[in-house]
Design a protein around this ligand. Structure first.
Ligand SMILES: Nc1nc2c(c(=O)[nH]1)N(C=O)[C@@H](CNc1ccc(C(=O)N[C@@H](CCC(=O)O)C(=O)O)cc1)CN2
Ligand SMILES: Nc1nc2c(ncn2[C@@H]2O[C@H](COP(=O)(O)OP(=O)(O)OP(=O)(O)O)[C@@H](O)[C@H]2O)c(=O)[nH]1
Ligand SMILES: [Mg+2]
Length: 434
């Protein structure tokens, strides 16, 4: 039992019970509901305290196992969204000795345990709840309807078949003769597929947590003005005094559905004041940690200066912007002409940033491969790499052993070979009531 809605005032607050005793426990609060309610029918009912005094009037819903979210009997009490009222209702159901509060993620975990969804779909539920950009919502929704599950299954099934063939040849050499013949190419194809899935993990990270993009460059180049323009409000202080920005400022935007954190940084220069030098150190830290650095060059920057500033980005991908283009038209090769003051060049800049971060295609179409999935897929691909070696150089036992390891690692993604400890780790990140 748990609240299914946020513990804050709202139009409706939902209390959800799951398990064999859900109906009886729920009816103690709503005695007006028939003993055998029609499943999935919304009953308007009075919710009452122990003395039968009304606490609220709300909707009572009964989902009969297995046709519910968890696959168990589920009852929902949909009350008015008053946190204090919901506490009273919770306390009332908890008087029933069979009822206890749900653990974080327990409803979804039960859905998983009852085979309602594989692990990737269960995780997509949490991704959806946490999504804070349109791309993250769409990618999680695709995962919820089985996007990643389908791709994992398309890998897991042939892998399992290969393992069965190899074990067959090992255990019944007579009957299964020849079943291991094309194992080399089969292993290679499966490995390529595991690696293709793995390749989506970088993009998944961008979708899930948003991309981080820092504006940097020499003092007074117009970074803060451009930052404000991109964010759509006057967040950063702007002044013609060089060295205005000291701390790193961060603002969240959403472009083409992709969430981005934009960072404005202290301008770089040779002889800063003491506080400004601290700011410059922070700029360098920020530059090392972002997905893309936008170098804003002032009009008249020499090619040598441009080169020197470019090197500041280090290993971070970098895009050059010729700032204050309303003052002087920059030569072609300096960078994208942009003016934070007039707004000129903003659309091409956004498009260039997105294509550098994303390349072709749309962010919403990516399969959400988490760090956890990526780790398991990496182990799958590695085991398949060793299996490929073994198919050429080693015994069938070794080959089959490696294929078995690959299968086990992949099973951690779908949940077919997930340990209790792994499930604990996954579901404890969910919220209570999910
Ligand atoms: N009020 C409410 N809204 C909610 C949920 C909920 O539990 N309660 N959900 C939960 O977090 C999500 C919806 N997820 C659900 C998934 C499956 C079933 C379900 O009853 N499935 C049955 C019947 C399917 C059908 O009739 O088509 C089944 O799969 O057998 C219900 C909710 C989002 N909205
Ligand atoms: N004409 C013109 N002036 C600009 C533009 N952008 C900024 N300025 C002016 O240039 C000066 C510096 O602008 P800022 O945005 O503070 O520059 P900054 O790069 O953030 O400077 P620091 O924080 O000191 O490194 C201010 O006087 C701005 O009004 C622009 O696109 N066109
Ligand atoms: Mg500034």
């Amino acid at each position: 039992m748990a609240l299914a809605t946020a513990p804050a005032a709202g139009a409706v607050g939902i209390l959800r019970l799951s398990g064999p005793g859900a109906l009886e426990a729920g009816r103690r609060l709503a005695p007006g509901v028939p003993a055998s309610p029609v499943p999935r029918h919304a009953y308007l009912a009075s919710f009452v305290d122990a003395a039968g005094r009304p606490l609220d009037e709300g909707l009572f819903l009964y989902f009969r196992a297995p046709h519910s979210f968890t696959g168990e009997d589920v009852v929902e009490l949909q009350a008015h969204g008053s946190p204090r009222l919901l506490q009273l209702l919770l306390a009332r159901v908890l008087e029933d000795a069979r009822v206890r509060p749900a653990h974080a993620g327990e409803f979804t975990r039960r859905a998983f345990l009852h085979g309602r969804m594989d692990l990737t779909r269960a995780e997509a539920v949490a991704d959806l709840v946490a999504a804070d950009s349109e791309a993250a919502v769409r990618a999680a929704a695709a995962g919820l309807s089985g996007g990643l599950a389908t791709r994992v299954r398309a890998l897991e099934e042939p892998l399992r078949a290969l393992h069965a063939d190899l074990e067959g040849v090992l255990n019944f050499p007579e009957e299964a003769e020849g079943a291991d013949e094309d194992s080399g190419p089969r292993v290679a194809a499966l490995r390529a597929e595991a690696e293709a899935l793995l390749a989506d993990s970088g993009r998944s990270r961008l979708v899930r947590r948003g991309a981080r993009v820092a504006l940097y460059g020499p003092v007074n180049a117009g970074k803060s003005t451009l930052f404000n323009r991109l964010v759509g409000e006057a967040r950063a202080l702007v002044d013609d005094e060089p060295g205005t920005t000291r701390d790193v400022l961060e603002a969240r935007v959403e472009w083409s559905g992709l969430g981005l954190s934009l960072l404005d940084t202290a301008g770089l220069r040779e002889t800063p004041g003491r506080v400004e030098a601290l700011g410059i150190a922070r700029t360098r830290e920020a530059l090392a940690a972002v997905d893309l650095a936008l170098l804003v060059l002032p009009p008249g920057a020499t090619p040598a200066e441009a080169e020197a500033w470019t090197r500041e980005a280090g290993a971070t991908p970098m895009l050059r912007v010729a700032g204050k283009c309303d003052v002087a038209r920059p030569p072609e090769d300096v960078g994208l002409p942009v003016s934070g003051k007039t707004g000129e060049g903003l659309e091409p800049l956004r498009a260039a940033v997105l294509s550098r971060l994303w390349g072709e295609g749309t962010p919403a179409a990516v399969a959400l491969v988490s760090e956890r999935h990526a780790d398991a897929l990496r182990r799958t691909a590695e085991a398949l790499g060793r299996a490929h070696e073994a198919s050429r150089l080693s015994t069938l036992e070794v080959l089959s052993g490696e294929v078995g390891l690959a299968l086990e690692a992949l099973g951690e993604v779908s949940g077919t070979s997930a340990s209790e400890a792994l499930l604990d780790a996954i579901f404890q990140r969910f919220c209570i009531g999910k």
